[in-house]
Design a protein around this ligand. Structure first.
Ligand SMILES: [Zn+2]
Length: 95
C-alpha cells in the first residue's frame, strides 16, 4: 500500500521538477519548442492525474468538470468541499 504522505511528496517533487524543466527548456539551443511543450504538457497531465488518484484515495471528493479531474477542497465558510477550478465552484457537503 502506498503511504499517502510519501505519495504527496512525490507529486510535489514531480511538480517542482516539471517547473524546472519548463524553465530550462526555454534556454535550450536549437530546440524543438512544439515537441518539448507537448512532452511537458503530457508529463503535467500525468502528474495531475496522479494527484487526483491520491486525493480520491485520501477521501477527497473529485470534480469531473475538467480532465484530469480535480480534487475538491474543504471550504469552512461554505461547510462543503468545493471545486477550485475557475468557472466551476461545484460544492459537495461533507458526509
Ligand atoms: Zn469542478
Amino acid at each position: 500500500m502506498i503511504d499517502p504522505v510519501q505519495a504527496a511528496g512525490w507529486i510535489a517533487g514531480g511538480r517542482a521538477a516539471l517547473d524546472l524543466l519548463r524553465s530550462a527548456a526555454a534556454l535550450l539551443p536549437g530546440r524543438d519548442d512544439e515537441a518539448i511543450a507537448r512532452r511537458l504538457d503530457d508529463a503535467g497531465q500525468a502528474l495531475e492525474l496522479a494527484s487526483a488518484w491520491l486525493a480520491r484515495d485520501l477521501g477527497y471528493p473529485i470534480c469531473r468538470c475538467v480532465f484530469p479531474p480535480k480534487p475538491m477542497l474543504w471550504d469552512e465558510a461554505r461547510a462543503a468541499f468545493v471545486c477550485r477550478e475557475p468557472g466551476c465552484g461545484r460544492a459537495e457537503p461533507s458526509g
